[in-house]
Design a protein around this ligand. Structure first.
Ligand code: CAA
Length: 393
């Protein structure tokens, strides 16, 4: 094969300061905890501290990547999110300032529910194919919020991933032909005046399954490969049982071997602890898979991306020889295990907190122990702080 083979050169995740355990939530809702653990496949959900948001999570995920590879070759920053904080300014520009990224780059935000990080990845590979020396920083960062007391409440969560996309990647080489599907469906959406998504749960599950099946059919039209040829599948996981449901749906539609369910197990433990992280979810599944399996070098893996509304993409990549040396397994585990458990009452207060809209100066209390925090709002502007800057005065 000639020319550049772009893909994921580095991959890092970050999540929140707090976590709410599903046992705690079940007790307060008077629900059998087995519904959450076994029915949805969730054990806990990440909850942002008052001074955390999509920018602080994304910056925390990206900083170790920049420390390892430098910033000289980054000419594009693509920030995928459903949780945009501004109607105009890209969240990536706040991150650009916080992380002192080069001025010689383009920065944009991408939106399509949980799908847009996959679009970012594809746009990045196209840019790199044209100019192989450049690298693209892709961020996917979201806070999944639903109404208190709703059926969707136990499927909340929050996290970010950062990915460095380059020619000659160390972790995953993306294959050129993916399977696509788009259709106008109202299964999950969030009008501008709402902080929580509106969702039709049953419709969303069938829309997800149908879209993934259509994307797989399109994939097969372009690639001569069967489901059984993939070593593993990284599904979008709004709750981890959804990956099982979607995979079962695909298997049923193709009469493939039922034993393939094992191919998704290693991709679910992180999302089981984090909850839904919308755009980041499929890539947290990928990080989790690579952290848990050491037998994937040279193997094809599938990434199955879904964003309500709805868009699905079935893409594949070849895991690169020596990939284990480039992972961030210990840091990924620590990001999840160091979260502080909170009471139901504290979670409720954080859930209902709203930033002031009066344009005056408001400092936010320091809660987050992450390297970056949202320090306040002043003149309608978000003021971010780096702990490093704090330490050096
Ligand atoms: N022990 C074990 N299992 C139990 C149980 C118990 N005591 N009680 C119930 N269950 C099982 C049920 O049998 C069910 O399993 P199956 O689906 O395998 O039958 C499961 O627990 C869930 O139970 P319900 O269907 O009764 O759950 P619900 O109606 O309360 O809500 C939901 C489920 C619709 C997913 C809801 O959480 C929701 O709306 N979530 C948000 C929407 C969502 O995540 N959709 C996914 C596709 S859309 C997408 O992927 C984009 C995105 O990120 C949002």
């Amino acid at each position: 094969m000639t020319g550049p083979h772009p893909g994921i050169h580095d991959l890092s995740l970050a999540t929140t300061h707090y976590r709410l355990d599903h046992d705690t939530l079940a007790r307060h809702l008077g629900v059998d905890p087995a519904k959450f653990h076994d029915g949805l496949g969730q054990d806990s959900m990440s909850v942002p501290a008052i001074d955390e948001d999509i920018v602080t999570m994304a910056a925390t995920a990206a900083a170790p990547i920049l420390a390892r590879h430098g910033t000289d070759r980054i000419r594009t920053i693509l920030f995928a999110t459903e949780t945009g904080a501004d109607q105009s300014k890209a969240a990536g520009l706040y991150l650009h300032g916080l992380l002192d990224l080069p001025t010689t780059c383009r920065v944009v935000e991408l939106k399509q529910a949980c799908y847009s990080a996959t679009a970012a990845l594809q746009f990045a590979t196209a840019l790199i194919s044209r100019e192989p020396r450049q690298q693209v920083l892709v961020l996917a960062s979201d806070i999944a919020a639903y109404e208190l007391g709703s059926a969707a409440e136990p499927t909340q969560g929050a996290a970010a991933v950062a990915m460095l996309i380059s020619a000659d990647p160390a972790i995953l080489r993306l294959e050129p032909h993916s399977g696509l599907y788009s259709g106008d469906v109202s299964d999950f959406w969030r009008p501008n005046y709402r902080t929580e998504a509106v969702v039709d749960g049953a419709t969303s599950i069938s829309a997800y399954q149908d879209a993934v099946q259509a994307a797989w059919s399109d994939y097969q039209r372009h690639n001569n490969r069967e489901l059984s040829e993939f070593a593993a599948f990284c599904y979008h996981q709004p709750f981890t049982k959804m990956a099982h449901k979607a995979h079962r749906h695909l298997l049923d539609s193709t009469d493939a071997d039922a034993g393939l369910e094992a191919a998704i197990n290693a991709s679910t433990p992180c999302n089981r602890a984090i909850g839904n992280s919308y755009t980041a979810s499929s890539y947290i599944a990928l990080a989790c898979l690579l952290d848990h399996r050491d037998d994937l070098a040279g193997q094809p893996v599938a990434i199955v991306s879904y964003g309500s509304g709805s868009v699905a993409e079935f893409l594949s990549g070849i895991v690169q020889p020596g990939y284990r040396r480039h992972l961030r397994t210990t840091a990924n585990v620590q990001a999840i295990t160091r979260r502080t458990p909170i009471t139901y009452e504290r979670y409720r207060t954080l859930h209902q907190a709203r930033f002031p809209t009066d344009g005056a100066d408001h400092d936010l209390p320091q809660e987050s122990a992450a390297p970056y925090r949202l320090a306040g709002i002043s003149g309608h502007k978000r003021i971010y702080q780096s702990r490093k800057a704090d330490d050096t005065g």
